[in-house]
Design a protein around this ligand. Structure first.
Ligand code: AHR
Length: 502
């Protein structure tokens, strides 16, 4: 089979915001305890001073994560941040209502800030709009960001942290629309409340960036909340998880839903700005995304997914969406960073990198720069091959021609103008059996010319079901250099990034 990729280096979509490669650490399952934090240190893997797992930190560092979202997720909606600061022996153990566990509070705000510093990342706090009050939220902001001579700023200093943390990103609740959420509200009630919270938070610290709680980006909730909150927020958050339901075709087509959602969210943001007469930037903070089958890996049991090659290809397709939509999505947080629906799985003795780690690492390190407009000629899935997917999405993809192409692509131009730069092309061949011969045409004047040396980073394995385990990483990146003759043979069910100097 064949497909052609056309890349126009003159048509810039937008700069790829490095924050689309952000992470998320929730008090859920083994993400914090036994994931990033293991003070017992029985196997000498943790920093004796901070209790942070050094092997986990090293694996995360290779993912270039610029921001970590914390402390939830659903967890935050019954979280008292005050329980998690001060001397550890005084911290209360509480019932935890999101995942029905117990929270020891041995890891809290200060430990999270230590983690972020160690990772060279910025903290992003999601506020409790379930059991939490505006007073609690203001107190948390004061604790984190104030250098005044006031109660919570003084408390932080007494706890040994002289300088404010200057947390820039604050989001107004988590999935407040969901029936599972403690403190679920209607879109109207949430909007009224969030507007008042936003006003007060900005009075205390005008430098912060606020994020409204959206739904999937294409729901009525998004329309209503944006209409009220557009004047006070900088980002609108959306969450989507895609599910394989045991079918590779469904798995790799899922991210198309996110692409459609981003197009709709962009329009809803525009509409809200027009209605409110606003001239300001509001972009999308996609602060939870991933492949997650909650039946296969239930939240109450820690949501430990064991990903295979098919899932890695789905994650690569997700990341292609973010690069193609670089004008709309400026922050995205994979949910989550360790153990819970995560690219990294730990045991007390070590860790392994899941199949999904590798596309994420390649994107975070290579797909930076300017997102380029691309056009792909490729055969597509048909309704006959993806019936479940069609059924699920038809409510907002009525156009059957929107069925996904087998060859899925994003491209960037790296480097600054005038300096040596590279065209980097991320290609997923979603087809389970068929390889494709893919001519790559870059603009009217440049060709990826015959004889050019192209560096290839490939993630592939014999079977779509192949996965990794401790000391057995079967699916990972293989690097090679090829003499490019104008087209590239893309293996069945493979992901690769081609790098060409221009
Ligand atoms: O990431 C797991 C959970 O999924 C989060 O806690 C919640 O926000 C979402 O429903």
């Amino acid at each position: 089979a064949s497909a052609t990729i056309h890349i126009d280096p003159a048509r810039h979509v937008s700069e790829v915001d490095p924050r689309i490669y952000s992470g998320f650490t929730e008090h859920m399952g083994r993400c914090i305890y036994g994931g990033i934090y293991d003070p017992d240190n029985q196997h000498g893997l943790s920093d004796p001073k901070t209790g942070l797992r050094t092997d986990v930190a090293a694996a995360l560092k290779d993912l270039n994560v610029p921001i970590y979202r914390y402390p939830g997720g659903n967890f935050v909606s019954s979280y008292r941040w005050q329980d998690g600061v001060g001397p550890k022996e005084n911290r209360p153990r509480r019932p935890e209502l999101a995942w029905l566990t117990e929270e020891s509070n041995q890891f809290g705000t200060d430990e999270f800030m230590t983690f972020c510093r160690a990772m060279g990342a910025e903290p992003f706090i999601c506020l409790n709009m379930g059991t939490g009050t505006l007073e609690d939220a203001l107190a948390w902001l004061e604790y984190c960001n104030s250098s005044a001579n006031t109660y919570y700023a003084t408390m932080r200093r007494k706890n040994g942290h002289e300088e404010p943390y200057n947390v820039k990103y604050w989001s107004l609740g988590n999935e407040v629309w969901g029936p599972w959420q403690i403190g679920q509200q209607s879109s109207e009630d949430y909007s009224k409340k969030a507007l008042q919270w936003a006003k007060a938070l900005k009075l205390l610290d005008p430098s912060i960036k606020l994020i409204s709680c959206g739904e999937t980006g294409h729901a009525d909730w998004d329309r209503v909340t944006l209409r009220t909150l557009a004047p006070v927020v900088d980002y609108h958050s959306i969450h989507i998880y895609t599910v394989s339901q045991g079918h590779h075709e469904v798995n790799v087509n899922g991210p198309a839903a996110a692409e459609k959602a981003l197009e709709i969210t962009k329009s809803l943001i525009e509409l809200a700005k027009i209605e409110a007469g606003l001239d300001k930037d509001i972009t999308v903070c996609f602060d939870e995304w991933n492949v997650w089958d909650p039946v296969r890996a239930p939240g109450e049991k820690g949501a430990e997914e064991h990903y295979d090659l098919s899932d890695a290809l789905a994650v690569a397709s997700w990341l292609n969406v973010f690069v193609r939509k670089a004008d709309v999505v400026k922050i995205a947080c994979i949910a989550q960073s360790v153990n819970v629906i995560s690219p990294i799985i730990t045991s007390p003795q070590g860790l392994f990198k899941q199949t999904t780690y590798y596309p994420l690492q390649l994107f975070a390190n290579l797909m930076q720069g300017t997102s380029l407009d691309i056009h792909v000629e490729s055969p597509s899935y048909t309704e006959a091959t993806v019936p479940v997917w069609v059924a699920k999405l038809e409510k907002y993809t009525p156009d059957a021609q929107k069925l996904t192409k087998f060859i899925d692509v994003s491209a960037v131009l790296s480097g600054t103008a005038g300096q040596e730069s590279e065209v980097r092309v991320a290609i997923v061949n979603r087809h389970a059996q068929q390889s494709f011969e893919v001519p790559i045409r870059v603009g009217p004047t440049w060709e990826l010319v015959k004889g050019a040396k192209v560096k290839v980073y490939e993630v592939w394995s014999e079977s779509l079901k192949d996965s990794n385990w401790f000391n057995k990483e079967k699916v990972k990146t293989v690097e090679r250099e090829v003499d490019f003759d104008g087209s590239y043979n893309v293996k069945a069910h493979s992901f690769q990034i081609l790098v060409h100097k221009v």
